[in-house]
Design a protein around this ligand. Structure first.
Ligand code: SF4
Length: 352
């Protein structure tokens, strides 16, 4: 059950069955146009779909105009507290603005909606537990999931009452169970696209696990239309984790899936090194391919026959390689990565 309604951020469709898009956010000073554009170009090369750029100052909103001109990705301007920044970002041709209605205020929201309508752009409504309305907090006694949902519905209604429907919604929490519960409820309460993620998920190791559990659980139930993995790490890591979540759920077409064993005392080739090298080398390949790398003949031949390209340890530092279920030869360990890459290139060129 993807959302009923669909919006666009630039040329990227969100919701109503559109492909799940992956977002990240620049962490440069937005006023530093060169560094910000360089980060966006990096994100573009990793197949990120949408990029968010924070606009906390007047200067950043002005810089945004030049950044947008140089960006291949649609840009969401991230604005807090001052609605005038959102208006300036829209004037700079942002493709979407992300606001938290709780820190913008009703008058500011009206102005932003008017400008978004004039420029035909979408808005992301980001709700968090810190900005739940007083009367809702009094009713529930604490900022729990039900309070978050009630606050979200109240704010969604404000947008609808202003005759504005071109928005997606996020409910922020750094807690995995709260996030899953909130989005499950939200998905049955409103028809709008949902931006899903764990906020402030943490450093790369724990943040990846938390994000994968929350985003993965929701997407497996078809809840969520666009995702962002928020890590205290590089944008590269955020995009890679986001893409891997989609790959794992078969929500990303044209990508390489590396299957490899955990290794044990039978291991005859360096599975850990080879599988890591292959995953990195093939991450931008646009073709659905299963590549198996196993350490020995216990499961190696079986997996190799199922995979598009299969490698398994046959003797110490020696592997057999299979292509589309057929053995193509015996290789030294040091030849494996290059041989598999060559096979992938030939598959891409339809030479085999
Ligand atoms: S495939 Fe072989 S080497 Fe790898 S974990 Fe299984 S038994 Fe061990």
């Amino acid at each position: 059950m993807s959302s009923e309604k669909q919006i666009r951020v630039g040329n990227v469709k969100i919701g109503a069955g559109a492909s799940i898009s992956v977002q990240t956010m620049t962490n440069t000073q937005t006023e530093d146009i060169k560094s910000t554009v360089a980060q966006i170009q990096k994100a573009t090369s990793l197949d990120c779909d949408i990029i968010r750029v924070s606009c906390p100052t007047e200067e950043s909103c002005i810089a945004l105009k030049e950044i947008i001109k140089q960006s291949e990705l649609p840009i969401v301007a991230d604005v807090h507290f001052n609605y005038k920044r959102a208006l300036a970002a829209i004037e700079s041709r942002a493709h979407c603005v992300r606001i938290n209605p709780g820190n913008i205020g009703d008058e500011g929201i009206k102005e932003i909606i008017k400008s978004a309508k004039d420029h035909d752009i979408s808005i992301r409504i980001g709700i968090n537990s810190g900005s739940i309305e007083r009367e809702i907090l009094d009713k529930f006694g604490e900022p729990n999931v039900d309070a978050l949902i009630e606050s979200t519905i109240l704010n969604v209604k404000k947008f609808e009452d202003l005759d504005f429907f071109n928005f997606k919604v996020s409910v922020k929490s750094s807690d995995v169970l709260t996030t899953i519960s909130a989005y499950r409820k939200l998905s049955t309460s409103i028809p709008y696209p949902l931006h899903v993620g764990i906020t402030e998920a943490g450093p790369v190791f724990s943040g990846t696990i938390k994000s994968s559990i929350a985003i993965g659980t929701l997407l497996a139930d078809s809840i969520g239309d666009t995702i962002r993995v928020s890590l205290s790490s590089s944008i590269e890591d955020e995009i890679r984790v986001g893409k891997q979540i989609l790959k794992s759920l078969k929500l990303l077409n044209n990508s390489v899936n590396v299957i490899s064993c955990p290794t044990c005392s039978r291991t005859l080739i360096d599975v850990i090194e080879i599988s890591n090298e292959l995953e990195k080398a093939l991450e931008n390949v646009k073709k659905n391919l299963n590549i198996s790398v196993l350490g020995c003949v216990v499961n190696g031949p079986g997996e190799a026959k199922e995979a598009d390209i299969g490698v398994f340890g046959f003797k110490p530092k020696i592997a057999k390689i299979y292509l589309k279920g057929k053995e193509i030869g015996i290789y030294n360990e040091y030849e494996i990565v290059q041989t598999v890459q060559d096979l992938v290139n030939r598959l891409l060129s339809k030479l085999i």
